[in-house]
Design a binder for this molecule. Structure first.
Ligand code: XUL
Length: 530
């Protein structure tokens, strides 16, 4: 009898743990579940997955919470009748940059997880630090400066490690821990990322860190894909011994821990594989496999994802380069003033809804008669703007329609300008997120980027990408290596009929407008708010 080929992908994100089960033969997602940390595990007292802290710059969570959530999601899958005994491999992804500090008792504890106890109980004596700094933490400005200086400035830091130093990145976080809690640092035998910590629980062994999540640490050589000794030295003493090896996402660690077999009926033959970060997993879940493929998420912040075969890094230090689970590289550029900024404009002009917003945009011509609006309601990541401010150039503040067009044109021109360093000319751009439902906005995007745009619906793209990663790793180990493109086909198709094509005349307008926009950015960043 033909055995169904079933794979499990998990996503340990900031606020929840999600599971996606795929059937490779029917090419269907057969199960999806999300477990919200605050609701399911109130004893940890997190708010939106974060522990309360008096210092607004400090954002930590609890590694015990993540372990407890893993127990809960397996119990839930068992209750829901998921065929856990048929799963061939498990992979996953975690919120990037977050770190877990483990004692020298960890290996023994992982190797003998007792199914009679909870995972949390099994981990007594394992944590050298009770809490884990996560990606929302911005308390390491000083450490960022120190590491960047030792590595020779922004350009060198970015070209070696894939990114400039950022406060949320793991290296600066480790340095701060070492400086402020030297005793606990000395007791730390192993440092894991959220992704490798979760993979360690599943495999019952200290798991490697993959090239995707490893690149979010300011510690990995982005080109050679090994630990960069200069970066390690610049960060903290004795780090070489504390980090696990690096490995490809999805590669097999070994069989799943007996704990999950005994307790939840997971297939004893199921393979535990190397996890990655949530953004690298999303790239696979969105179907971005070939070099030059691009997706834009128009969400709370706007995010630009792209794939590259050769490693290009951003000399200005604004964009990040991570390894892609599908081989090659991916970039992530995050624009903080996304839909929240659009919403501020909508509210300011008392526009009833997004449909009306789109109609107003459509009433105005591409290029907006030269009117430009820089919408930095909050300090912006790209370009680096520390001082929030709204800047208008040749734009009448009273003209609601022109302001609606202006904000979105500026956001798209900014994306085009600040993604040029990647040197990729995409054949099409996939768009996701709330604003992707608005055709008038998609037309502006297509025109500014001079590219076909298609909408893609991707709830749980990170967990789906992880399930596909599990399948890829399992097939490769089974001698059935399969091309990524073939693997993702059918799981990640754009919404039929959603294509928007660029308008040649409009594209020409934006080609000319790009320099003017860049000059406005330059002026706004050095000059007064208008
Ligand atoms: C990426 C980043 C976030 C987290 C969210 O650099 O910090 O996207 O990965 O989970």
């Amino acid at each position: 009898m033909h055995m169904a080929r079933i794979f499990l992908g998990l996503d340990s994100s900031t606020q929840s743990l999600s599971a996606v089960v795929i059937d490779l033969d029917t090419r269907k997602v057969v199960y999806e579940k999300s477990l919200n940390f605050d609701q399911a595990l109130p004893q940890f007292k997190t708010r939106n997955g974060v522990l309360p802290n008096r210092d607004p710059l400090v954002k930590h969570s609890s590694p015990r919470l993540w372990a407890a959530a893993l127990d809960l999601i397996f119990a839930q899958m068992k209750r829901d009748g998921v065929a856990l005994d048929k799963i061939l491999a498990v992979s996953g992804c975690g919120q990037q940059h977050g770190s877990v500090y483990l004692t020298d008792q960890t290996e023994a504890a992982l190797a003998s997880l007792d199914p009679q106890k909870s995972l949390e109980e099994n981990l007594d004596g394992v944590f050298a630090r009770k809490t884990s700094p996560i990606w929302m933490d911005s308390s390491t400005a000083k450490e960022c400066l120190e590491i960047r200086k030792k590595l020779g400035g922004i350009k060198f830091t970015a070209s070696r490690t894939g990114s400039d130093t950022f406060e949320r990145f793991t290296g600066p976080q480790i340095r701060k821990f070492c400086k402020t809690e030297p005793k606990a640092y000395a007791q730390t035998a192993h440092i894991a990322l959220v992704s490798s910590f979760m993979a360690s629980l599943l495999s019952g062994k200290l798991a490697p860190i993959d090239f995707g999540d490893g690149a979010g640490m300011n510690l990995m050589d982005i080109r050679r894909k090994n630990w960069n000794h200069d970066a390690l030295k610049a960060t903290a003493p004795g780090l070489t011994k504390k980090l696990p090896p690096l490995a490809e996402a999805g590669s097999i660690i070994g069989p799943v821990s007996n704990y999950f077999v005994q307790k939840y009926g997971l297939n004893p033959e199921a393979r535990a594989t190397v996890w990655t970060g949530d953004n690298p997993a999303s790239v696979v879940g969105l179907g971005l496999i070939k070099p030059g493929q691009v997706a834009i998420s128009l969400g709370t912040s706007d995010t630009f994802f792209g794939t590259m075969d050769k490693c290009q890094t951003d000399e200005s230090g604004e964009g990040h380069v991570f390894g892609s689970p599908a081989g090659g590289y991916m970039t992530l550029i995050c624009f903080k003033n996304g839909s929240l900024a659009r919403e501020k404009i909508r509210e300011h002009y008392k526009i009833a809804d997004w449909k009306k917003f789109g109609e107003l945009v459509a009433q105005t011509p591409p290029g907006n008669h030269g009117g430009i609006l820089l919408p930095w309601f909050e300090a912006e990541i790209v370009p680096r703007v520390n001082q929030p401010g709204i800047h208008r150039f040749q734009l009448d503040e009273k003209d609601a329609a022109a302001n609606c067009r202006a904000i979105f044109e500026a956001q798209m021109l900014s994306m085009r300008l600040h993604s040029q360093w990647m040197q990729v000319a995409p054949a099409k751009i996939l768009v996701t997120g709330g604003a992707a439902n608005n055709r008038a906005l998609l037309q502006v995007l297509a025109d500014v980027m001079n590219c076909r745009v298609e909408r893609i619906e991707v709830a749980k793209s990170a967990a789906l990408g992880s399930a596909l990663q599990a399948a890829h790793g399992w097939l490769a180990a089974d001698g059935q290596a399969v091309k990524w493109e073939k693997l993702v086909a059918g799981f990640t198709a754009p919404v039929p009929g959603s294509a928007v094509l660029p308008n040649k005349a409009a594209t020409k307008v934006y080609d000319q407008m790009l320099d003017q926009y860049a000059a406005c950015e330059y002026e706004a960043m050095s000059g007064p708010t208008i």
